[in-house]
Design a protein around this ligand. Sequence first.
Ligand SMILES: [Zn+2]
Length: 330
Amino acid sequence: MKFLPTLICLFLSASLSTVPIDHLENQVKTVSSADAPALSKKIRRTQDIWIRYQDYQEIVLHRHLADPETNPKTIRSDRQAIRACSRQLERLTDAQAILEKRFQAQYRDIKPGGQANMDRVIPGDHDLPSFGGIYRKQKPASDACLLEGDEDVGEYSLSWIPYIERGTISAGTWAYPSGGMHLGMDVAAPLMSRIVAGANGLILYADDPVPSNCGYLGNYCGWPYGGGNTICMLAAVNGKLYAVSLCHLSNQILVVPGQQVHQGDLLAYSGNSGNSTGPHTHIEVIELKTDAAQAAAYFRQGADFSFGCGWDTPAACSAIGCRVRPEEVF
Ligand SMILES: [Zn+2]
């Protein structure tokens, strides 16, 4: 099967040569509002191809690095190829940003915190409309949410392990450096990084309605608003029970509501879906005052990821729990 990677490479190079980035860059400046969605889709497809090509180049590099007989020149050229992919991906991200800026007026009426213009909400499981549209699950407490079952979180873990492998904190909780409320901690990590259970627990919600990893500010798709593809789980650690939310995931979610998970189990791969400006995972933590059954009973009424704490007051408590800074918990 040695020729298989070569075939993949040939296929990818053939696809790449059919996608002139210059052309896309010129189009974003002149495209009409009616044609913007199609152009956005084209840019995303091109990004996907380049990401796959970059992945392929990384595999090749690793193979060469593992072989002591590889010529150093080969390794240098592998690295150059990877850098070239990154540059193309940056250009595509810029093109998408220009497109977004040009048509920002289209979604100026959509405010964070759930004040969406309902005429423009697309019900059900349709694909995320490309540029300028919004998407929301009409019924958050549906099949994505644990509706009934055994609320067993299993044995309590002794301590946490990181949810995101190889991630770095890119924004802390409560306030952005530029001002504005931020209720979670952002962990930047490359697209498709592994996300594992930080502790033993139970999945309350897991949904991947958003096919694309091309999030942008103002993209209020997924549930809760702008979360993109999300998971909410109960986590049991050292005698305490927490609700942990993970947002902006890729559409590779590997758990279902009602599933008991063990610390370290693979939950999903990270992404950049929804109201997100780059590949990262947004984590929110509520320390619960109740047992698992009561927390699940509250949650299943409306898939409220805030557990009654709302969305605008930091450190707010409800009858069920209190928002806490993930940085202080993990
Ligand atoms: Zn965030």
